[in-house]
Design a protein around this ligand. Structure first.
Ligand code: MCU
Length: 397
């Protein structure tokens, strides 16, 4: 009791609770599920049992199925919310401690630009993996998440290193990207459970560039409490599709592939190694990773300047993902802005209007035109829909 009183006296908040996920009654993966070779982009609207998805309710189960498949074959498992944690906010720093059994770990994130808010009218915030590399919009706070300390990304030798693994064990099969998704969830828990930061936890965006862009799409996909996800120049393993990158490589493009990426870093679980030279066996591609975000907002800020990032793959993969937002009746909640007139992770003025439109609509609640699906490369960056898509897009009832 004295302990709690001291916390309140200091203007801090102590929280320790777990909120269960709302139940949906979905069948889950069948016990006899087997991988099948499929060379095109997998159908979002047919489940693993071959059943067509025609309603939003069925999509909720298909979405759960895709989430399970991604964890099983590519990302590793996302642990549920820890049973116990506490958070404090003081002097612009959110301190978070989580407990699992007898172990605990603590990390802190810096909050800036939150002065504009008042306790009457809290303001939106952008959480960035590794720091902002888009311009900070006015009237929006910025929260810097040092994702590397949660799960290190210093090459293959950094597998299992970081605070996530201190808590769950260095042999936990979570990839760095899903461990970062866990970290983002803990930041949101802490924002929800503390006061004094003037941030509205229902108006959160997430961003990160390059390798942290890969983390952004994963963390956006696995965090329903993120309103707007903005991966920047994430390339292969982010908003690019494995199959398109492979095809481009066959055509002579110097693009990053699954085969290469698993030798470079720990962004994916070791389970993905099995798909080296066999990306066509994956029961998903990254259009379905992105689709987990729907109907929430997604703006893919891509670059067409570097073949390594796969400009056709990023554009084609996200153009395909967009069909899920179309099916859900919210096509303007997802955009692609692919422009190549700048250095890697140097956000150009030419994309400012596209970014502003998404910030205005999804963080500030203003009207704006978010119908943005563009690349500055000719012929849709080379992406030919009929070569990749064999399925139709329904209107989900
Ligand atoms: C685009 O992200 C990565 C890319 O996947 C890597 O191959 C390369 O080494 O680094 C990029 C990056 O994170 O650049 C900062």
């Amino acid at each position: 009791m004295i302990f709690i009183s001291i916390f309140f006296a200091l203007g801090l908040t102590l929280i320790a609770f777990a909120r269960p996920e709302p139940p949906i009654n979905c069948p889950g993966l069948p016990d006899d599920f087997t991988l099948q070779n499929y060379t095109k982009l997998t159908d979002p609207f047919t489940d693993v049992r071959g059943k067509k998805i025609t309603t939003k309710q069925q999509w909720a189960c298909r979405r759960q199925e895709i989430s399970q498949l991604l964890q099983q074959y590519e990302l590793g498992p996302l642990p549920p919310k820890p049973a116990r944690f506490f958070a404090t906010f003081q002097d612009g720093v959110l301190n978070i401690t989580t407990f699992e059994g007898s172990k605990y770990t603590s990390f802190a994130v810096q909050v800036v630009g939150n002065e504009a808010g008042t306790s009457r009218q809290p303001i939106p915030a952008i959480i960035s993996l590794g720091g902002l590399s888009i311009p900070k919009p006015d009237g929006i706070a910025s929260i810097t998440f040092n994702n590397d300390e949660i799960a290190n990304q210093g090459g293959l030798q950094s597998r299992g290193v970081g605070k996530f693994y201190d808590l769950y064990g260095s042999d936990h099969p979570a990839s760095a990207t899903i461990a970062w998704a866990w970290g983002v969830a803990r930041i949101i828990d802490a924002l929800e459970g503390t006061t004094g930061h003037n941030i509205d936890p229902t108006k959160l965006a997430l961003t990160g560039c390059s390798r942290n862009g890969k983390g952004t799409i994963v963390a956006g996909a696995f965090n329903d409490r993120i309103a707007l996800t903005i991966p920047q120049e994430s390339g292969t393993g982010g908003t690019g599709c494995w199959r398109i990158a492979d095809q481009n490589e066959v055509e002579g493009v110097n693009v990053q592939t699954l085969r290469e990426i698993v030798t470079e870093n720990v962004w994916f679980s070791p389970t993905l190694d099995e798909f080296v030279n066999k990306t066509t066996l994956l029961p998903f591609d990254h259009h379905l990773l992105a689709a987990l975000i729907a109907p929430r907002a997604l703006l893919d800020v891509a670059s067409s300047a570097f073949s390594w990032l796969g400009p056709e793959s990023q554009f084609g993969c996200m153009k395909t993902a967009h069909k899920v937002w179309e099916a859900l009746g919210v096509p303007d909640n997802m955009g692609i802005s692919e422009i190549g007139d700048h250095n890697h992770c140097a956000f150009p003025d030419t994309q400012q209007g596209d970014l502003d439109a998404y910030i205005q609509k999804f963080l500030l609640g203003q009207d704006s035109d978010t119908n943005i699906l563009k690349t500055d490369l000719e012929d849709n960056a080379g992406f030919v829909e009929k070569d990749w898509i064999e399925w139709a897009t329904p209107t989900l009832a």
